[in-house]
Ligand binder design. Structure first.
Ligand SMILES: O=C(CO)[C@@H](O)[C@H](O)COP(=O)(O)O
Length: 218
């Protein structure tokens, strides 16, 4: 499976977001990752569907919306209408996970599910047949620039094994603290999609850091 790089714009310069996206496009980024935070499920606030719509207009890359919000069902439709190709909800934030994931698919987007560092992979076993993507959070969600939680590698290996043994097709994504020193180890564990924030956008040369990370997973 091709390995994909998904720069997270959480810590990008929003005074010129179209240019920042252009820089990662030039570096070979595959997706744009949008971190949606509500100040309730996570202790931080970001942006909503209006901004996702503007981001979609500024790029041809896949737009990947990660909803770190309570009660995501009420906003799923808005994020899909705004142009999200993937919509990922948190297992911890949803009561009827099977219903929510099917709703995303019925509305025409790819359905993703995410788990926090303290949630075991086994909590997802019953929905893995219907999801397009599983996001392993490798930091506690809410902020960019945190340290990678090493136990996430074991969770990725476990998920990779389950996928192979059950002949399933979902993508395995990792998010939080990914950088040039650990990305190869995470890739070897079986990860397909790498969300990277600060290690791309907090560098002087955004395109060069994108190229460097892409090379490490190619
Ligand atoms: O969802 C989140 C944080 O909650 C992430 O997308 C981070 O924004 C990734 O940023 P870095 O850890 O790579 O800086």
């Amino acid at each position: 499976m091709k390995k994909l790089l998904a720069p997270s714009i959480l810590n990008a310069d929003f005074t010129n977001i179209a240019q920042q996206i252009r820089y990662v496009e030039l570096g070979g980024a595959d997706w744009i990752h949008c971190d949606i935070m509500d100040g309730h499920f996570v202790p931080n606030l970001t942006f909503g569907p209006y901004i996702v719509k503007a981001i979609k207009k500024s790029t041809n890359l896949i737009v990947d919306s990660h909803l770190m919000i309570s009660n995501p069902d009420s906003l799923i439709e808005d994020f899909i209408e705004a142009g999200s190709d993937y919509v990922t909800v948190h297992q911890e934030a949803v009561v009827h996970l099977d219903r929510t994931l099917n709703k995303i698919k019925d509305l025409g987007a790819k359905a993703g599910v995410s788990i926090n560092p303290s949630t075991p992979v086994s909590f997802l076993y019953e929905v893995l047949e219907i999801v397009d993507l599983v996001l392993i959070m490798s930091v506690n969600p809410g902020f960019g620039g945190q340290k990678f939680i090493q136990n996430s590698v074991k969770k990725i290996q476990q998920l990779y094994k389950f996928r192979s043994e059950n002949n399933l097709n979902f993508l395995i994504q990792v998010d939080g603290g990914v950088n040039k020193n650990n990305i190869e180890q995470i890739s070897d564990a079986g990860c397909d999609v790498f969300v990277v924030g600060q290690s791309i956008f907090k560098n002087d040369n955004i395109t060069a850091s994108t190229i460097e990370l892409k090379n490490l997973i190619s």
